[in-house]
Design a protein around this ligand. Structure first.
Ligand SMILES: Cc1cc2nc3c(=O)[nH]c(=O)nc-3n(C[C@H](O)[C@H](O)[C@H](O)COP(=O)(O)OP(=O)(O)OC[C@H]3O[C@@H](n4cnc5c(N)ncnc54)[C@H](O)[C@@H]3O)c2cc1C
Length: 480
C-alpha cells in the first residue's frame, strides 16, 4: 500500500463526503471499506426476490436536498435522479383517517381543521427561512448564526420536548402528525429537543420534499464514488480496519466509524481521558427492520397514505409516546411506533410492474435480538387491512443483526448515538472541535459527530476541513 495524504476508513456518506472534500483540495485520498460493497447507509440490494430493489438503510432524503455539500455542481446528476412522492409523510389513525404533511404549508393547514391556523403560524415562518435554518442545523453550531432571528424562531420551540409542542394543538391528527415525525429521534417524546427534529423534518417536507433516488439510494454512493475517483482518489472494499497499523502511511486518517470503532482502531495509543469519555458516549435504542416484496401497493384505508412516501404508524400521539417510552425503558412495545417507507409511490423501478417493495422498522431496546416483524405487520394491517395477503417475501434484520451488518450501528442504533441535548452539540465528547482526536493525525467523521444522523455528508465535510486546517494550512474549519 503506497503512501497517501489521507486515508478515509469507511465509505458511508460521511466518509465519502470527507474524501470528496479532501480530494477537491488537491490531496491524494484513498477510502478503505470493510464490507464487500461501498456506501454504508446508502446501499440498495435484492434482499427478497429477483426484480425487487430494496434500500438496506436510508431511502427518504430530505437531508440530502437540504445539505450544502450536495448542492455542489458535481451532484447535479444525482439531484436530477431524485423522485418526489406527492406527499412527503402521513400518519394514519384508526377509522380510516389520516393526517398528512403535504408539500405546501397551506394544504397541510387546510387539512388540519381547527388546528390549521396554529399549524400555519408555526410552520410558515420556518419554511420562509428554510435555507438559513437548514444551513444552521447541518452545521456543528460552532460559529455565530448568520440569520439569528430565523434560527431563534426555529430554536426556541425546538428546545422543547415535542410533548409540549403538541399541547398547542386540539386535534388528534395534528398532535399525531408532529409527534410521529419527532419520534424519528428514538428518544422519549418528553425529552428536550425532540420538537427540534420534528420541526426540522416537517420544514424539509414543505421546503424540499422527502425524495427517493430513482433505482435506490445506492445511486448516492455511486455519485460520491464517481466524484472521489474523478478527483484522483481511490476506493477499496473488503478490508476491515482493526488497527492503525492496518493502514497505508498517511498524513491523516479520517474514521467514518462509531466512537467504539475509533477506540478499537486507536487501541492503547488513545490517551486515557479521551478513551474514557468515548466509553461514556451514549448509544440510542436499536431498530428491527423488515423489507417486503409485495404483490401490489399497500391498501391503506386512508387515501392520502397511498400517495405518501413515508408513513408513521402507531396511532394517536399518546400511543406513539407510550411505545417510545417503553423502548427507552428497555421494553419491546406490543404495538410499536413504526416508520414505513414506500419508495414505489415515486419510483416504479423498485419492483416488477404491478408489484411493490416496502420497508418498515420499529425501535427496540439496544442490542435486541427480537424479530418484531409480526408486531410491525400487525400495525400495517391495522391501517391497511389486507396487507398481509400481499406479502410475497420478507427479509428481517434485528437490532443485533444490524450491528453485525454495519459496526457503526452499535446495538442497532442507526443514528450514531442517542440524541440527547448534550450529544446534539457535543458528540462524541465535549470538545470544541469534535472531529479532531487527541491522537496526532487521527480524525472522526461519522454520524457520531455533529450534525449527526442522516444522509447529508456534513460530518464528513467538517472533519475534512479540520484536516485541511490542521495538516495542510487550510482556513479555520468553522468559517465560510
Ligand atoms: C434502516 C435505516 C434507515 C435509515 N433511513 C434513513 C433515511 O431514510 N434518510 C436518512 O437521511 N438517513 C437514514 N438513515 C441514517 C443514515 O443512513 C445514516 O445516518 C448515515 O448513513 C450515516 O453515514 P456515515 O457515513 O456516518 O456512516 P455509515 O453510513 O454507517 O457508513 C459507515 C461505513 O464505514 C464502514 N466501517 C465501519 N467501521 C469500519 C472499519 N473498522 N473498517 C472498515 N470499514 C468500516 C461501514 O462498513 C460502513 O460502510 C437510515 C439508517 C438505517 C440503518
Amino acid at each position: 500500500m503506497s503512501a497517501v495524504d489521507v486515508v478515509v476508513v469507511g465509505s458511508g456518506p460521511n466518509g465519502l463526503a470527507a474524501a470528496v472534500t479532501l480530494a477537491a483540495a488537491g490531496l491524494s485520498v484513498t477510502v478503505v471499506e470493510g464490507a464487500e460493497s461501498l456506501g454504508g447507509g446508502c446501499r440498495t440490494e435484492a434482499l427478497t426476490l429477483p426484480g425487487f430493489l430494496h434500500d438496506v438503510c436510508s431511502t427518504a432524503h430530505p437531508m440530502l436536498v437540504t445539505s450544502p455539500f450536495f448542492r455542489q455542481p458535481a451532484f447535479e446528476g444525482l439531484r436530477a435522479a431524485l423522485r418526489q412522492p406527492e406527499i412527503p409523510f402521513a400518519h394514519p389513525l384508526d377509522g380510516g383517517h389520516a393526517a398528512a404533511a403535504f408539500a405546501s404549508v397551506d394544504a397541510t393547514a387546510a387539512s388540519l381543521g381547527v388546528d390549521g391556523r396554529t399549524y400555519r403560524r408555526l410552520m410558515a415562518p420556518l419554511v420562509e427561512s428554510a435555507v438559513s435554518i437548514g444551513d444552521a442545523v447541518l452545521a456543528p453550531l460552532r460559529s455565530l448564526p448568520r440569520h439569528p432571528i430565523s434560527l431563534a424562531r426555529f430554536g426556541l420551540p425546538g428546545l422543547l420536548p415535542v410533548s409540549r409542542l403538541v399541547d398547542r394543538f386540539d386535534t388528534e391528527g395534528a398532535k399525531a402528525l408532529l409527534g410521529g415525525v419527532a419520534a424519528h429521534s428514538m428518544a422519549r417524546l418528553t425529552a428536550p429537543l425532540t420538537a427540534a427534529l420534528g420541526l426540522f423534518l416537517t420544514l424539509t417536507a414543505h421546503a424540499a420534499g422527502w425524495p427517493v433516488v430513482e433505482c435506490g439510494s445506492s445511486g448516492i454512493t455511486e455519485a460520491l464514488v464517481a466524484e472521489v475517483e474523478r478527483l484522483g482518489g481511490t476506493v477499496s472494499t473488503g478490508r476491515w480496519v482493526r488497527s492503525l497499523s492496518d493502514l497505508p502511511q498517511a498524513t491523516a486518517v479520517v474514521l467514518d466509524t462509531s466512537p467504539a470503532g475509533l477506540a478499537t482502531i486507536a487501541g492503547a495509543a488513545l490517551p486515557g481521558q479521551y478513551g474514557r469519555s468515548l466509553g461514556k458516549f451514549r448509544y440510542g435504542p436499536g431498530v428491527c427492520k423488515v423489507d417486503w416484496a409485495l404483490s401490489g401497493p399497500v391498501p391503506w384505508s386512508a387515501e392520502v397514505c397511498r400517495r405518501a412516501g413515508t408513513l408513521h404508524l402507531g396511532g394517536t400521539y399518546a400511543e406513539v409516546a407510550s411505545a417510545e417510552a417503553d423502548v427507552n425503558a428497555g421494553r419491546h412495545p406490543d404495538r410499536p411506533y413504526c416508520i414505513v417507507v414506500q419508495a414505489g409511490v415515486a419510483d416504479p423501478t423498485r419492483a416488477p410492474v404491478g408489484h411493490a417493495t416496502l420497508w418498515g422498522y420499529c425501535h427496540v431496546p439496544s442490542g435486541s435480538t427480537v424479530d418484531m416483524s409480526a408486531a410491525i405487520e400487525a400495525q400495517i394491517e391495522r391501517f391497511a387491512p389486507g396487507f398481509s395477503d400481499l406479502v410475497e417475501a420478507r427479509s428481517v434484520r434485528t437490532a443485533a443483526q444490524a450491528e453485525q451488518y454495519n459496526p457503526n450501528y452499535v446495538g442497532g442504533d442507526i443514528a450514531g448515538g442517542a440524541s440527547t441535548l448534550r450529544q446534539t452539540v457535543f458528540r462524541p465528547t465535549v470538545r470544541w472541535n469534535p472531529y479532531r482526536t487527541p491522537l496526532d493525525g487521527v480524525y472522526l467523521c461519522s454520524a457520531s459527530t455533529p450534525p449527526g444522523a442522516g444522509v447529508h455528508g456534513m460530518c464528513g465535510v467538517y472533519a475534512a476541513r479540520t484536516v485541511l486546517h490542521d495538516r495542510f494550512g487550510g482556513p479555520s474549519p468553522f468559517t465560510g
